[in-house]
Design a protein around this ligand. Structure first.
Ligand code: SAM
Length: 378
């Protein structure tokens, strides 16, 4: 008798939400846009799949597999957004030949030659912030589509389900604090990288923590302490409740700088600053002020220069603050690309003359990406 050696494991795209009813949880695959209902018991059912296992016949786990919460190395399906994208690129290029990345490269060259949006010439009052530099939007859509096709269609092992479960209870996202949290897997990867750089007995500071990096850091254990400065009172309460005694959380507005006692006190600082130029600057100033002045002090910074208000200013800010980029990991962080942004971006490109197809399919990627920079303090 033939036995299947197939193994499946938890998707790296897993995220959780509370459902509408008490005790109800939604588990989703963010890349596929699929979700199923779960309950407290479901966590135990999923837990063994943090490492590869033969697929289970349990009815709920079979549904979890159908919803792509469990994935394997076999011939896996791709998200329907990718199917639609490839069909649109083939029609646009009038060809059937080429790998997805080759089609994208050809489509980008064709788009830039024939369909590049022109400068905005309408009334100033109707020009949103996206209309002034349409070339940045074009760079953004091709870069993000390329990143998604290159990195996010292959299943990655090792998601920490404890983090997904803990993060389920996080407070609602507040746009007024420019919150936009990353996926649990991104938080996990950031925390691993940061923890590997802290000296024994060291101190880590997190400046603004809707990404919950501090919780992942203390969850993994290690001989260091973690402090957080955060403005959102609900988030502060959540971090305090979950963090245990290695985590100190202070409600604080970073516009006032770092408190005196926290200056030059940290071996490692991490932050994911606001994308507005002014916010970026004061977050970076706080980072520079709180690092101990020694060659191996490090700032781990998550940002995407292509989307921030002033990319040029980021480089001069870092320079002025004595922060030198030592390493960068491109497209390291993933955040949900929500439909509000998607519709805004499509409307801006359409108004500037981009064709509906393949522009709308090129905006089908599920994530906004950010690079991760390791900076030393000179
Ligand atoms: C600025 S947001 C992340 C922004 C995200 N990278 C973006 O622009 O899409 C990061 C964290 O900083 C917090 N935050 C925002 N303004 C703050 C301030 N003035 N002081 C302290 N924390 C702040 C937010 O509540 C959030 O938890």
């Amino acid at each position: 008798m033939e036995t299947s050696a197939e193994k499946v494991w938890l998707t790296q795209h897993l995220d959780s939400r509370y459902g509408n009813h008490s005790g109800e949880i939604m588990l989703c695959n963010l890349a596929f846009g699929t979700r199923i209902l779960a309950n407290a018991e479901s966590w135990d059912k999923l837990s063994p799949f943090q490492v590869p296992q033969p697929p289970s016949q349990d009815a709920w786990l079979v549904r979890a597999r159908d919803a792509h919460l469990l994935v394997g190395d076999g011939a896996e399906e791709v998200p329907d957004t990718v199917v639609r994208l490839l069909a649109a690129l083939k029609t646009y290029l009038k060809t059937d030949i080429g790998s997805p990345l080759q089609l994208l490269d050809q489509a980008e060259a064709h788009y830039r030659q024939h369909h590049m949006p022109g400068p905005y010439t309408g009334p100033a009052i109707a020009a949103g912030p996206l209309m002034h530099k349409p070339s940045r939007l074009v760079d953004f859509i091709f870069d993000h589509t390329r990143a998604f096709l290159s990195y996010d269609l292959k299943p990655v092992q090792g998601l920490d389900l404890d983090l997904v479960r803990m993060f389920c209870e996080r407070p609602a996202m507040k746009l007024r604090y420019e919150q936009q949290f990353c996926t649990p897997h991104t938080t996990q990867l950031r925390a691993r990288k940061i923890a590997a750089s802290v000296p024994p007995g060291g101190r880590v500071l997190v400046l603004g923590d809707d990404d919950l990096v501090s919780l992942a850091l203390v969850h993994y254990g290690g001989d260091f302490k973690v402090d957080v400065l955060e403005l959102d009172t609900d988030l502060v309460a959540f971090l305090k409740a979950k963090g245990g005694d290695r985590l100190t959380v202070l409600e604080h507005n970073l516009r006032h700088g770092v408190p005196e006692s926290m200056r030059k006190a940290y071996d490692v600082v991490t932050t994911d600053p606001p994308y507005a130029a002014n916010g970026m600057r004061f977050f970076l100033q706080c980072a520079a002020d709180s690092l101990v002045e020694k060659p191996d002090s490090l700032l781990f910074l998550s940002t995407y220069p292509g989307l921030i208000e002033s990319p040029e200013k980021l480089w001069t800010d870092l320079d002025e603050l004595g922060l030198k980029i030592e390493q960068r990991w491109e497209h390291f962080s993933r955040y949900i690309y929500n439909n509000t942004y998607r519709v805004e971006h499509l409307a801006a490109l359409r108004q500037l003359g981009s064709p509906l197809h393949p522009t709308s399919e090129l905006l089908g990627f599920p994530y906004l990406y950010a690079h991760f920079f390791e900076c030393s303090k000179s």
